[in-house]
Design a protein around this ligand. Sequence first.
Ligand code: DGY
Length: 332
Amino acid sequence: MSSAVRPRIFVTRRLPGPCFEKLLEEFDAEVWPEWQHPPYEVLLEKAREVDGIVSLLSDRIDCRLLTEGAKGNLRIVSQYAVGYDNIDVECATRNGIYVTNTPSVLTEATAELTWALILATARRIVEADAYVRSGEWYRSGTGWHPELLLGMELEGKVLGIIGFGRIGRAVARIGAKGFGMKVLYYSRRRAPEEVEKELNATYVPLDTLLRESDIVSIHTPLTPETRYMIGERELRLMKPTAILVNTARGAVVDTNALVKALKEGWIAGAGLDVFEQEPLPPDHPLTKLPNVVLAPHIGSATKETRERMTCAVLENLLAFKKGEVPPNLVNP
Ligand code: DGY
């Protein structure tokens, strides 16, 4: 494509930061005006009309849409996220459509949110906040109390990381260097020796990790292999004092089994940023449990990171516009 031509793109939500203005200059862009995702039928209609789609993880980019798009001019789907389990990448590849994502730029923000959840769950911060705000502390008349809201200390404990990519490693680094934790990890591939050494990390089978860790933190993408990777059997392997944290994708964990585990004390608590169903309905059993800290999928939600993600989307689209292979291609 000649770079003088402004390719037509459909952007499924307005994105933050100055790179978005540049994107509007460089492309003939239509931006969906709502925060709610465009209905599937709208996405389908746009796919038939445009050269590219900028998608969010809540947009369903399935094979029907990609095949219809490919009959027209659709040649790129530029995802505003590192995860892309909402896109049928195999089908896109068959149809000659690039799929790109935004890795690297959100590593630290997601690792920080993971630690916010670990600390909030281990030290019962949400319960503590409610105790003070509700006046219960005041009414109790106890003041400082030797056994009030006792939590788990992290120093010297075992941190188990499932999925040892960029985010998993960043979480491990904070655990090892900040809290002197021993790190166990399980991943499809073993990390290079120097990485293991630097992070004081040991590669172990999943069952060993689950049995030995005090904190288990999930950082694996959602694929057919990782769907329900943590179910009843796995949760029963964990220590009754352990905490499970998930900032990756909800469906890596069997939610019904997790609710049972939290209710029946197979594990001590959970910190969750992602859910099988998003948004989580207010009457969901997870919302009734005191030993769970919940967040609305905000792993990458810092101003800096979200702006960098917009720039990464732009970079991928600009390469496409110049006829080059985009830098963050995920097609095999
Ligand atoms: C991602 O990028 O996949 C995150 O889940 C969004 O913050």
